[in-house]
Design a protein around this ligand. Structure first.
Ligand code: GLV
Ligand code: GLV
Length: 334
């Protein structure tokens, strides 16, 4: 019998059709938002799943799904996986690195530009009919080219942002990461490794592109915001929990930080109500990887992972290593 696969949220119909050539597929194409209990019920008789980052795969769910062998996340981030619990249960996890790197780096830069140059604030002003005349200081923002960029989390997306900044905008690039890049890569990105405090104090703009783990919950809180320049902008394209949203809203409201650009939020799809009232924050609904081409590539890679896994070829982009599996180079962060 064909393995049974659950597609947990709506994806491209072509991807569902492709999966159906290999598997018995049940797909949530109506995009019903399932509770954890409903997800466990839907998954109880399945051998594999395609998830989108909005489904939590933890010990409680795994206990209810004894047949489950593989979960392919259609996202590069996989903080929705309890990786230790999955490994303990013998469940393979995969993600979608590489295919979204440059698209996501583009968007990080777009948010930086929009926040620093007050683009969405200007559009709201214009649409509201408030534009009466030229004015010397109308929506005057902060400089992007030639300024200093701080990147926290220097994986592939961080490196993509560094290249854009250094080569396209003549920016000085500082970065902070758990591990230092090899010298050749540092040189190519024209990026200098510094401590987090040095980065926060010196950067004119800070972009967050680090994976969300318990260790970096609220990596940016009141203390870190206090170290930043009051003229600085903060961009988050990683995960909402990396920033203390209440502390950020207070800093933006009180003029201790000039602007922010946020694509991710602590309680997605809910947004902290204070952020919604502030003019100096650009808010987007978790769309950094959302181009048609990239979303297709992500869906295809997630499907390819499931197909390769059940073919016995092993997963293409694993995030955990099951006992007895071939060793892989662990490089599947952002
Ligand atoms: C999106 O947030 C992703 O992790 O791919
Ligand atoms: C972030 O990408 C890290 O490796 O710390």
């Amino acid at each position: 019998a064909k393995p049974r696969i659950l597609v947990a949220q709506a994806i491209f119909p072509e991807t569902v059709e492709r999966l159906a050539q290999h598997f018995e597929v049940q797909a949530n194409q109506d995009d019903v938002r399932w509770s954890p209990a409903e997800l466990a019920r839907q998954l109880a008789d399945k051998d594999g799943a395609l998830t989108t980052g909005a489904q939590r795969i933890d010990a409680a769910l795994l206990a209810a799904c004894p047949r489950l062998r593989v979960v392919a996340n259609m996202a590069v981030g996989y903080n929705n996986f309890d990786v230790a619990a999955m490994t303990a249960a013998g469940v393979q996890g995969t993600n979608t690195p590489d295919v979204l790197t440059d698209t996501t780096a583009d968007f990080g830069f777009a948010l930086l530009m929009a926040a620093a140059r007050r683009i969405t604030e200007g559009e709201r002003y214009l649409r509201a009919g408030q534009w009466k005349d030229w004015r010397y200081d109308l929506l005057a923002g902060s400089e992007v080219h030639g300024s200093t960029l701080g990147i926290i989390g220097m994986g592939r997306i961080g490196q993509g942002i560094a290249r854009r900044a250094a080569h396209g905008f003549g920016m000085e690039v500082l970065y902070h990461n758990r591990t230092r890049l090899p010298p050749a890569l540092e040189a190519e990105c024209k990026a200098r490794h510094v401590g987090k405090d040095v980065l926060l104090a010196n950067a004119d703009h800070v972009v967050l592109v680090l994976p969300y783990t318990p260790d970096n919950h609220h990596t940016i809180g009141a203390q870190e915001l206090a170290r930043m320049k009051p003229t600085a902008t903060l961009v988050n394209i990683a995960r909402g929990g990396i920033v203390d949203e209440a502390a950020l809203a207070a800093a933006l409201r009180e003029g201790r930080l000039a602007a922010a650009g946020l694509d991710v939020f602590e309680g997605e799809p809910a947004v902290h109500p204070d952020l919604l009232t502030l003019p100096n924050v650009v808010l987007t609904p978790h769309i950094a990887s959302a181009t048609v081409a990239t979303r297709r590539a992500m869906a295809n890679l997630a499907a390819d992972n499931l197909i390769a896994f059940f073919d016995g070829r092993g997963p293409l982009t694993p995030v955990n290593q099951l006992p007895g599996a071939d060793e892989f180079l662990y490089q599947n962060g952002l």
